[in-house]
Write a protein that binds this ligand. Sequence first.
Ligand code: LMR
Length: 400
Amino acid sequence: VFAHIVRAPEDPILGVTVAYNKDPSPVKLNLGVGAYRTEEGKPLVLNVVRQAEQQLVNDRSRVKEYLPIVGLAEYNKLSAKLILGADSPAIQENRVTTVQCLSGTGSLRVGGEFLARHYHQLTIYIPLPTWGNHPKIFTLAGLSVKTYRYYDPATRGLDFQGLLEDLGSAPSGAIVLLHACAHNPTGVDPTIQQWEQIRQLMRSKALLPFFDSAYQGFASGSLDADAQPVRMFVADGGECLVAQSYAKNMGLYGERVGALSIVCKSADVASRVESQLKLVIRPMYSSPPIHGASIVATILKDRNLYTEWTIELKAMADRIISMRQQLFDALRARGTPGDWSHIIKQIGMFTFTGLNSEQVVFMTREYHIYMTSDGRISMAGLSSRTVPHLADAIHAAVTS
Ligand code: LMR
């Protein structure tokens, strides 16, 4: 009965790792998936995560019972505070419902399914380009996906005029997916002034903001500064949705720990929204896993661990910034044709190099460098040792 099934293609991002793993070359380099690596090219478990895990292991009162459908209550509260700010009026007025979900993807999917069932507008606008999983998540959730202009290849920066025009002509009430900071894949974010214009336009047209916050702490190195766009939308008293992930900023990739917050107009609405979120979650996976959320809660509620976390996070962000500078310098030293200043201007984990898919194929074939076909490279996967190899490959790709 399954003989007719055709082989599906590998995922455009995760499939890069599959191809990388098959390559026997000793110089191979994986710059595909956005996952932090040390200078030695190894995955990093944060010191604070180790400490939190130790505390959890030592606490014999801890059990492995099911969590409630919405997850760990303490974790949910702390997550809302982290993104909205400890003094957020929306939190104080109990207008926010937060549910623990399976990292960013799970949070977006639960939010998407909730909107498809209960919101009057089924169209969601996503930036062009965006993270490859976004259109799939929202389509499967039952929403209709449209794009708004975001990136201008000519300037390798924001197409702000195009963005305003496209959101300006979106139907009233449409949902708009916004990257809270460190836009993936472009590394290009609006300025705070531009965010304010976006906010005014969206509120004037009753467009519903759905933030994807996967890189809080990676854009500016400050958790509060990176949450600023979200907080601007919450401060005006209107509704919004926020999907959070701790994959990158706590390095908890495989623990699948994230949260969906929905900011509502009143406490009563928020509690009814939460009751419906439970109906979305229960048939999907029943309730979320306990371990990752317990690690996050342990860190967020302890002043010392929290401070240590911010230092470790800043160190990761700073190492990425230094990789940007080193790659830029290496290309300049080689006299590689083109303006590569976007490498140091873009922010977050990724550089959107501007290399085309043929050049990417060339770099993989000749230099064993793996990256997504849109020319995105994960700066977090680079080290001082591998920068020259990448610079050689880029130089050869643009001059051959
Ligand atoms: C990425 O864009 O590389 C990350 O968000 C990982 C993923 O799941 O795609």
